[in-house]
Design a protein around this ligand. Sequence first.
Ligand code: HEM
Length: 452
Amino acid sequence: MATIAPTPASQGIQRPQVRREPSAYDALKAHFAEHPEERLRHSHPWDVSRSEIYAEDKWQPIFAEMRKAGQLHWIPESPFGPYWAVVGHKAIQHIEALPETFSSSWEHGGITILDRPEGDDAALENGDKRELPMFIAMDRPQHTGQRRTVAPKFTPTSIADMEAEIRQRTGELLDSLPRGEVFDWVDTVSIELTTGMLAILFGFPWEDRRLLTFWSDWAGDTELGAVRALDEVRWGILQEMAAYFQTLWIERTMDKEPGNDLISMMIHSPAMNQMSPEEFMGNLVLLIVGGNDTTRNTMSGIIHALDKFPDQRKLFEEQPELIPNAVQEILRMQVPLAHMRRTCTEDTEVFGQTIKAGDKVVLWYISANRDDEVFENPDKLDITRENARRHLAFGYGIHRCVGARLAELQLRVLLEELHKRRMRVHVAGDVERVRANFVHGFRKLEVEITTF
Ligand code: HEM
């Protein structure tokens, strides 16, 4: 479809055989159809780890009630164990500003509500680590060095260099969309644009770019990660991904001139010498998952939000200069990652509550972005909102999203190119949301295009 397709410098290295199905979604659905008794059960009314509230878009009143009662609450039981639900904007910023007290380390359980599965310690002793350490799940000083390795790819200058290419790809895709016909925006536009961007970023074989989505879905689903029976297939798929990337790694190592792609940058960076092969793979997975579900779901969120708030769509159509702020506002409303998690390392007090060493602390960005102490009328899309930038969709502090500028650029370009073509996208059919408590977004969004 797109004319710009990177041609990797192939050295004739054979790519490994990899599975391309079943999708994570189909595997989970099939498992629960066969074992309905294994569906996760949530007894506490404020246990916001229940994925149906996101699938059915019913989370807003629950979080509103929780925020009214305080910044954070102890949830004594959930299928993911007991945890603190941090729901206030202030408390999340406070906790993220104390990375020593609130660790991100995978050794404590990492950055999602899902813990390392029990029994992994035994696997560890057998040398089967089943861990891909990545810098999002590391503390200082390791985190600092590894983040520095990839950060140069995301500086304002590097990002600006990518703009023309992103614009051309986006424009070509928009021009190819069907008119007078209902189609799925998620698959045709959101997935296509995000996987294409990642393929370019990694110098990933263009024809295989949908593998990035396939792997990202298997790696990033917390509910699927909680189903022990799917451990083997999940781990097998991630190993295939690692093997595939290994061939790219070998190719890039053999390149005479270091390339400008992320894999080459990682290979040639001094911090790389400190990384084990598992860490290298882990960080690749991080970049794939980090850049995939997130931007994809914001691209769908944009269309859904503008359709739901026609007054804002009119403003967007009449005043394209509002686009940069509209991007911030849509990130605030959509929140592609509903939460991140920390583990407390020493007893401490936060907004009147005592958090104990070892407690799991879940930061619900999805709630913070609707906190009416910060955002007036928070459930309304307002593309003129003056403080939209204060959203926490990218997190806060030392782990704040390294890809934020790239994501913002992709989203701005999408809106600008839609505007340039005077395209109006209507929701015109099924809307299906992701059933998960971590990735927050759309599985399907049927739309039809008209003009304004
Ligand atoms: C709308 C799009 C995106 C959203 C909402 C998003 C969200 C986030 C969030 C919430 C965090 C954790 C922040 C924290 O713990 O405080 C994060 C970290 C990260 N993101 Fe993104 N992200 C997006 C796009 C991207 C892209 C395009 C990339 C790269 C291709 C990326 C790569 C990363 C990486 C590597 C980290 C780890 C940073 C660290 O630990 O220092 N993200 N992102």
